[in-house]
Write a new protein. Structure first.
Length: 192
């Protein structure tokens, strides 16, 4: 069997909760949004962060990830997400993230519910690791640890994130694996 094929999509932060309250709706919304992956022009755009008056934060963004082809596999699991290339030169400049679920999840609290027009104060954030985490740190929208495959995924992995940029950070355009100003995220998962 071959590895499943996945994609990241940039979901507009103003997307309504009704548009994302079931796996079917989340998958349909993912399919209609801009692809975010490697390669020029496919970056997740955090916009301009103005640090002229001191430390500042980017806008909140959200990524949804799903499987587009199962490669003959039936399950994907053990999702790990981290910042694999950090071109910042100030230790205080970091990426913050929060796994998010579909609306109105109950029971386990592995994630926080999706919030329309979310701002930084709306979620509890963790600082993204800069090496591969030792265990799962992002989850499918149903708050489980795996997704069932039948050609495509049965749901999405959803992540809210932003950049916290320290005062005195080197200014420039940070993108992918360009010289110096690099910012790159990675996701890893297992499959069977």
């Amino acid at each position: 069997m071959s590895a499943p094929t996945g994609r990241f999509r940039d979901i507009p932060i103003a997307t309504t909760t009704v548009a994302l309250n079931t796996p079917t709706k989340r998958l349909a919304d993912v399919a209609s949004q801009s692809i975010v992956s490697t390669g020029a022009g496919n970056e997740l755009d955090f916009g301009t962060v103005d640090i002229s008056a001191g430390a500042a934060n980017s806008v909140v963004k959200q990524l949804f990830w799903d499987i587009t082809a199962d490669g003959g596999n039936t399950t994907v699991e053990t999702f790990k997400f981290w910042m694999s290339s950090n071109g910042f030169d100030q230790a205080g400049s970091v990426m913050k993230f929060q796994p998010i679920s579909g609306v109105d999840q109950t029971g386990a609290s592995l994630t926080e519910n999706y919030i329309v027009d979310a701002e930084i104060a709306d979620y509890t954030w963790a600082t993204a690791a800069e090496t591969e985490p030792g265990s799962i740190n992002v989850y499918p929208s149903d708050e489980g640890s795996s997704m069932t495959l039948s050609t495509t995924a049965d749901d999405v992995v959803a992540i809210a994130l932003y950049l916290a940029v320290a005062s005195g950070e080197t200014t420039g355009t940070y993108s992918g694996t360009t010289t110096d100003f690099e910012l790159q995220m990675s996701q890893k998962f297992s499959y069977s």
